[in-house]
Write a protein that binds this ligand. Sequence first.
Ligand SMILES: [Zn+2]
Length: 81
Amino acid sequence: MKKSDHKNISCEEALKRVFDYIDNHLEGSSKNEFEDHIEKCRHCFDRVEFEKLLKSRLRALKHKESSEGFRKRVDDIITKF
Ligand SMILES: [Zn+2]
């Protein structure tokens, strides 16, 4: 059996890693801890799903629409979340 040395992290800790996780920047125990957390925590799991959806929507939008004003608004929306 694989030795697991990752600890349980808090929601606060998990939420800090959401974007890195979606961008595949998490590795090793950081990733294990995060995946462990969202397996058990519905709230954080929903957050990940939401961010993934938002990201794919934005990517689709950016593809069609490239005006500076629009991009700025999208950035503002992201910052608020
Ligand atoms: Zn959580």
